[in-house]
Design a protein around this ligand. Structure first.
Ligand code: GAP
Length: 442
């Protein structure tokens, strides 16, 4: 179907109805673009983070991980340049006092809401403040981190001391970040609270451009592979080289991996060459014990948003197609989430053909056995066709149907989400069969 707002509306409604994503604080009228993740959304976020960690940390020899504090000493943000530079240009309406990103407005624009006159543009810092201490007056003002990156920079020396690791190597972290975004929106695309999966890859101080460019290009390829791994096709991505005058304060080169969301082409991930900006500002040098050299390492930074990963994966997986019904030559529309199997929130659904006690007890035992290895749903309500459609809609790769023959032949019908083909397999071998199937690529 067309990549339009209509598609987005369908996804938002399906995601709410089926337990992927709920509006935050809904029973109290919500809270400015905050979102909660329901049972299926929570499963998917865990799948994304675990797969990412395995992919970029555990399966590589040159990566380690950390998990650092959300609130850091204010000096971190002075040194990193965030207190001075992490801001958006804003204009305020003199009539209704709403603020707008100046760079999103046309020249000489009026207030988009009430047509009032707009003030001159001024910088507005996006760091989210809070207070540490017993009473608010005495407490010190601190900030929630706007990126996970700084926790990795400030621990650089600790990591070297603990692991005796040599350059080049990378540090990864997954965790929450907060930004006082002025224009949050587009569903879970831009929120004030979100999760990042970031890598700071430390390399020796380059002697020539190709020294950092080689690492940059190699990370670019790794990011492309990860994007394919979450089920996104190359033609759904645009790699935008950010112009020099729009680079973040720490970057010498950045590529944004932009995804064609239904609401437009927007940043999914970023890859930046942060030079020695951060370690130099924190005054952290690397000492090469073999050569005696001392210098500030440079950094290549691949960065990924968890919620944007989820949103792009959902948009790419969402499919409407004609499927045959039980009537000859008849079809009906089916909605199916064609998630890669590793990403699907539920891997297997066990469905007894009827509510007869004998079928239910075999089915419940099968579901409970399979739960030792997979996330399993059990569903005994409504017709089998409707139950298949319900599982298709949430992207469950396999449905196992227990019927009356199962009681005598010890077999169940396994149905494949994408091909809708059905097979008979032995109940006793179902765990092995499904493990092999799950290991097959997308
Ligand atoms: N450490 C570098 C850094 O933070 P960024 O491009 O500002 O760079 C990295 O953010 C990633 O975090 C983005 O590519 C995006 O996936 C995600 N992200 C950034 N701001 C976000 C927001 N307000 N809501 C959701 N995700 C966001």
């Amino acid at each position: 179907m067309d990549n339009t707002q209509e598609k987005m509306d369908k996804i938002i409604s399906l995601a709410k109805r089926r337990g992927f994503i709920y509006p935050g604080s809904e029973i109290y009228g919500g809270l400015q673009n905050s979102w909660d993740f329901g049972p299926l959304g929570a499963e998917m976020k865990i799948n994304i983070k675990t797969e990412w960690w395995n992919y970029f940390v555990r399966k590589r020899g040159d990566m380690v991980g950390v998990d650092t504090a959300l609130i850091m000493n204010n000096k971190v943000w002075e040194s990193s340049g965030h207190l001075a530079n992490f801001s958006d240009p804003l204009s305020e309406c003199k009539k209704c006092h709403r603020r707008f990103r100046t760079d999103h407005l046309e020249l000489d624009a009026k207030c988009p809401d009430c047509d009032g006159e707009l003030s001159a543009s001024r910088q507005f810092n996006m760091m989210l403040k809070t207070y540490l201490g017993v009473t608010e007056e005495k407490a010190s003002e601190v900030y929630f981190r706007p990126e996970t990156a700084q926790g990795m920079f400030v621990n650089f020396q600790n990591i070297i001391d603990s692991l005796r690791i040599k350059l080049p190597f990378g540090v990864a972290q997954i965790g929450k970040a907060f930004r006082n975004e002025i224009t949050p929106g587009n569903y879970i695309f831009r929120t004030r609270e979100f999760e990042q999966m970031e890598i700071e890859y430390f390399i020796p101080a380059p002697k020539k451009d190709s020294d950092w460019q080689t690492h940059f290009e190699s990370w670019r390829v790794d990011m492309q592979k990860w994007i394919a791994h979450i089920g996104i096709k190359p033609d759904e991505i645009y790699e935008l080289d950010i112009p020099q005058n729009e680079l973040a304060h720490y970057s010498k080169r950045t590529i944004d991996f932009e995804y064609y969301f239904p609401f437009g082409r927007k940043e999914l991930y970023g890859l930046a060459y942060r030079t020695d900006f951060d370690l130099k500002n924190h005054g952290i040098k690397y000492h090469n014990n073999e050569t005696g050299e001392e210098y500030y390492p440079h950094v290549i930074e691949p960065t990924f948003g968890v919620e944007r990963t989820l949103l792009a994966a959902i948009c790419s997986a969402y499919t409407e197609e004609d499927a045959p019904t039980s009537e000859e030559n008849e079809t009906e529309k089916r909605v199916v989430m064609k998630f890669p199997k590793w990403l699907a929130p539920i891997k297997i659904a066990v469905l007894p053909l009827s509510k007869k006690d004998e079928l239910i007890s075999v089915s419940q035992k099968l579901a409970s056995d399979l739960r030792q290895n997979f996330v399993v749903a059990y569903d005994e309500t409504q017709s089998i066709g409707k139950r298949y459609r319900r599982q298709d809609e949430i992207g469950t790769p396999y449905c196992l149907t227990v019927d009356f023959d199962s009681l005598t032949d010890g077999k169940v019908t396994v149905r494949d989400r994408d091909t809708m083909k059905q097979d008979r397999i032995n109940i006793s071998e179902s765990a092995k069969y499904l493990k092999e199937k799950m290991a097959e690529s997308i």
